[in-house]
Design a binder for this molecule. Structure first.
Ligand SMILES: Cc1ncc(C[n+]2csc(CCOP(=O)(O)OP(=O)(O)O)c2C)c(N)n1
Ligand SMILES: [Mg+2]
Length: 359
């Protein structure tokens, strides 16, 4: 008796800057231009989010997920990535996609159901994944390709807390561990998977500790501390790029908005919980750090917001000029060389659309 052991449960999320913007004693922080770049992207993310929600309300785009409250995780990760790194993310990482070089108009067009066109030449990112967890094994596959080609680059596989309950997640992380692949698994634990709270998702004390079962190191980081996210991602990415293998980062954050525009969170979570988390908003927190460090110039945030609104205005105009996708394009853009089965599907779909007068 007494042979069974529990996992250690004394994790404390990594934090470099406190809620009030004060750096923790001895914390090594990124240079000022990096901090300012992260702040600029966070402001852009917030403006993007607001604009996308209002476009949806006006019927100009389809269902969209909010990233409000998660900007520190998204931007801290994005700024730590380099051009040769691959991004495999979901609808919750639209800001990371933009930091990595995907133009806002491409994403807006995607959410309009238009043909977004490929990502710009040289932007290494998989299409935005909607199937929960499916990007994890795909990212492991990309990691294997980078390893075989001996490229000095890493893959980032993003997902949410809910995705860690999917088989795909475990297969992908296990494969990367077993084959020592250059992949960084970045889990944004935002407290909820639609209406399912984190506590009901897994019995383990942290999501980070799952990494140990797959033979890789992990960190749990305060996902609302943009500079801690940046630093831990930088370490994990460098480790992967130099061939030292995969790692897993759990960024503990909070989804302040609804899951998507189709969701009513008041049906499953208390307003008091949200109010308490509003106080941990990562954007004013980083701004307080900028002020503390003496690099906040009067009116900076307002200026960045204005810039972001202007560039979003242009992006919306470009996206709205893209014609809607045609039924033929659904097939043309899916298959490089159509199979017999796909050809039959195309013929049937077009025939049925003609019959109901939609074509
Ligand atoms: C395979 C699959 N199952 C179910 C869904 C429906 N669905 C969409 S988002 C979501 C919750 C995902 O939660 P989480 O992984 O925590 O990501 P978050 O949305 O919180 O960022 C579910 C179940 C889906 N898109 N794909
Ligand atoms: Mg979640």
């Amino acid at each position: 008796m007494g042979y069974l052991r529990d996992a250690p449960d004394d994790w404390l999320p990594l934090r470099l800057v406190d809620q009030d913007g004060t750096p923790l004693l001895g914390a090594e922080l990124p240079p000022h231009d990096t901090v300012l770049a992260i702040f600029r992207w966070m402001v852009f993310g917030r403006v993007f989010d607001q604009r996308m929600l209002s476009l949806q309300r006006q019927g100009r785009i389809g269902t969209i997920g909010s990233i409000r409250g998660q900007e520190a995780s998204a931007a801290g990760l994005g700024v730590a990535m380099q051009g040769l790194d691959w991004l495999a993310g979901s609808y919750r990482e639209l800001l990371t996609y933009m930091v990595h070089g995907v133009p806002a108009e491409t994403l807006i067009s995607l959410y309009r159901g238009g043909v977004p066109g490929p990502f710009p030449e040289g932007v290494r990112a998989l299409p935005v994944q909607i199937v929960i967890g499916a990007q994890t094994p795909q990212a492991a596959g990309l990691g294997l390709a980078l390893k075989l080609r001996q490229e000095r680059a890493a893959v980032v596989a993003c997902c949410g807390d809910g995705a860690t309950s999917e088989g795909d997640f475990h297969e992908g992380v296990n494969f990367a561990g077993a084959h020592h692949l250059p992949v960084v698994f970045f889990v944004q634990n935002n407290g909820w998977a639609i209406s399912v709270p984190r506590a009901r998702q897994t019995a383990s004390a942290t999501i980070a500790q799952k990494a140990f079962a797959y033979g890789m190191p992990a960190a749990q980081v305060d996902g609302n501390d943009a500079l801690a996210v940046y630093e831990v991602c930088r370490e994990a990415l460098e480790r992967a790029r130099r061939g030292d293998g995969p790692s897993l980062i759990e960024a503990v954050t909070y989804r302040l908005g609804p899951h998507t525009t189709s969701d009513d969170p008041t049906r499953y979570r208390e307003e008091t919980e949200v109010k308490a988390r509003e106080a941990e908003d990562p954007l004013p927190r980083l701004r307080r750090y900028l002020e503390h460090a003496g690099i906040y110039e009067e009116g900076l945030q307002e200026r960045l917001e204005e810039e972001a609104r202007e560039s979003m205005g242009k992006a919306v105009a470009v996206a709205e000029a893209v014609p809607p996708v045609t039924p033929e394009q659904v097939f043309d853009l899916t298959w490089a060389a159509e199979t017999d089965g796909a050809r039959r599907e195309r013929e049937r779909a077009l025939r049925e659309l003609r019959e109901v007068g939609e074509l």
